[in-house]
Design a protein around this ligand. Structure first.
Ligand code: NAD
Ligand code: UGA
Length: 471
């Protein structure tokens, strides 16, 4: 019987996943541990470190009862029957595989710590997204100074999306568990399966071998991102031909073999995982001598880069080929609505491009703090295809062109143009008449998220460019 579970890594995955597990398994004690003291303090406060609809409520119900957040990593690992590892696995920025391979430094240090502090047998669960066959390496690390303790490694990748994490965790399409195909492996799979079976119907719990589970996570993200790049590539052709990408996507998506979800054309996909995981997949293909397969997936990222550049170029070219000295309002900075996460948000690329063209940006996002926006815009970006040339594309004083404000009306006042870069619901109900009156004319709207009612805005007098339709 599993009595105590611990999760290393109190991030976007570890926090919500363990909170829901604690809520659904009241007889199990769940501890989430992290080396970051500010993060743990925030999890123990009224202002959680991440914004996720419904999460406050789940945490309030269990925290202090059977859900604990702590920096005492070693104590909780020592006491647990199951240890989830949900640390970050970013793209390597230097050394072998730089620009593509996953950086497993955090994972390895977590595994070494588990090996060092454990005095009883444990199930170690890969929750982080890792390259296929990582479990083999982890097994070696865990058993290198074997004290006669048995470790069973399971792969249990997470499929939640930010902004809907709690909903996704309550009602997942599937839970995937991969394990060794022997008696001890099967027993471990069964133990984890029993935990999920507290709330997930058993027919939705898929059990596979370790390598299938690890690879399925990368494959799922690659397939999802591929849909967005496919529809975005099609949006470019729509704009050139007079077809409307929403109509095309609807017509295509009603074929049940294709399906309607995840076909929204946009300024490009962002987030901490799609690009990172596809790059990782590309690297694995290359390492396995499969350049054609690698090139296929590269194209998904290339189209995404193209879409972001295309959008920013359209802003500049529409505004008479110069945005120099012009105020441009940026509505939304997060990589999608209902999250304050800005990792790999397309807003960074669009803002950087406009700043380089000397625009004055006034940025508003309901959940992203000014400090975060400034940090994101001052960070060096690197070209994934040429990682050696890690680019410092910022000129001195560039950030002086950027102001961050606390509402959409302030952001748009005296602006020449508005770029909608995140699909926050509140942008749909803005008083665009009031906004139009306060703006310089001609007043432009560039909708990268299909948020505004273009027909209504044109009636008001705006010149509207949307990813969906160009006039
Ligand atoms: P995150 O950066 O928000 O959280 C990772 C946490 O791990 C950080 O708080 C960090 O301090 C902590 N950490 C790192 N090394 C540690 C160590 N040795 N000991 C203790 N704590 C340590 O990352 P995330 O977004 O939660 O992602 C975690 C993993 O889950 C990644 O592999 C990611 O690809 C995968 N994933 C993420 C999502 C998502 O939506 N964000 C969804 C599915 C899978
Ligand atoms: C994605 C996957 O959806 C999750 O299943 C997966 O677990 C997760 O990655 C991960 O491994 O981290 P997430 O990145 O949180 O989740 O958010 P998505 O909803 O997938 O959106 C990613 C990006 O694609 C966003 O920038 C979003 O705006 C964009 N997008 C999404 C589109 O442009 N069009 C769409 O139709 C859908």
């Amino acid at each position: 019987m599993v009595k105590k579970i611990c999760c290393i890594g109190a991030g976007y995955v570890g926090g919500p996943t363990m909170a829901v597990m604690a809520l659904k398994c009241p007889e199990i004690e769940v501890s989430v541990v992290d080396i970051s003291e500010p993060r743990i303090n925030a999890w123990n406060s009224d202002k959680l470190p991440i914004y996720e609809p419904g999460l406050d409520d789940v945490v309030k119900q269990c925290r202090g009862k059977n859900l604990f957040f702590s920096t005492d990593v070693e104590k909780h690992v020592f006491e647990s029957d199951i240890v989830f590892v949900s640390v970050n696995t970013p793209t390597k920025t230097q050394g072998l595989g730089a620009g593509k391979a996953a950086d497993l430094t955090y994972w390895e240090s977590a595994a070494r710590m588990i090996a060092d502090v454990s005095k009883s047998s444990k199930i170690v669960v890969e929750k982080s997204t890792v390259p296929v066959r990582t479990a083999e390496a982890i097994e070696k690390i865990l058993t290198h100074n074997s004290k006669g303790i048995e470790f069973q490694i399971l792969s249990n990748p997470e499929f939640l999306a930010e902004g809907t994490a709690v909903k996704d965790l309550y009602n997942p399409d599937r839970v995937l568990i991969g394990g060794r195909e022997n008696a001890a492996g099967e027993k471990a799979v069964q133990a984890l399966r029993d935990v999920y079976a507290h709330w997930v119907p058993v027919e939705r719990i898929i059990c596979t071998n370790l390598w299938s589970a690890e690879l399925s996570k990368l494959a799922a993200n690659a397939f999802l991102a591929q849909r967005i790049s496919s529809v975005n590539a099609m949006s470019a052709l729509c704009e050139a031909t007079g077809a409307d990408i929403t109509q095309v996507a609807h017509a295509v998506g009603t074929d049940t073999r294709i399906g309607p979800k995840f076909l929204n054309a946009s300024v490009g996909f962002g987030g901490s995982c799609f690009q990172k995981d596809i790059l990782n997949l590309i690297y694995i293909c290359e390492c396995n001598g499969l350049p054609e397969a690698a090139n296929y997936w590269k194209q998904v990222i290339k189209v995404n880069d193209y879409q972001k550049t295309r959008f920013a170029n359209r802003v500049v070219s529409s505004m008479f080929n110069t945005v120099s000295g012009k105020k441009v309002a940026i509505l939304g900075f997060a990589f999608k609505k209902d999250t304050g996460d800005t990792r790999e948000t397309p807003a960074i690329d669009v803002c950087n491009r406009l700043v380089a063209d000397k625009a004055k940006l006034s940025i508003y996002d309901p959940q992203v703090l000014e400090e975060q926006i400034r940090k994101d815009l001052s960070m060096a970006r690197f070209d994934w295809d040429h990682p050696v040339s890690l680019q410092q594309i910022k000129a001195e004083g560039m950030l002086e062109q950027v102001s961050v404000v606390s509402d959409a009306y302030e952001a748009t006042k005296d602006a020449h143009g508005i770029c909608v870069l995140t699909e926050w619901d509140e942008f749909k109900s803005l008083d665009f008449k009031r906004i139009f009156e306060s703006m310089r004319k001609p007043a432009f709207v560039f909708d990268g998220r299909n948020v505004v009612d273009a027909v209504k805005l044109r009636e008001i007098g705006f010149i509207v460019y949307s990813i969906v339709w160009f006039h």
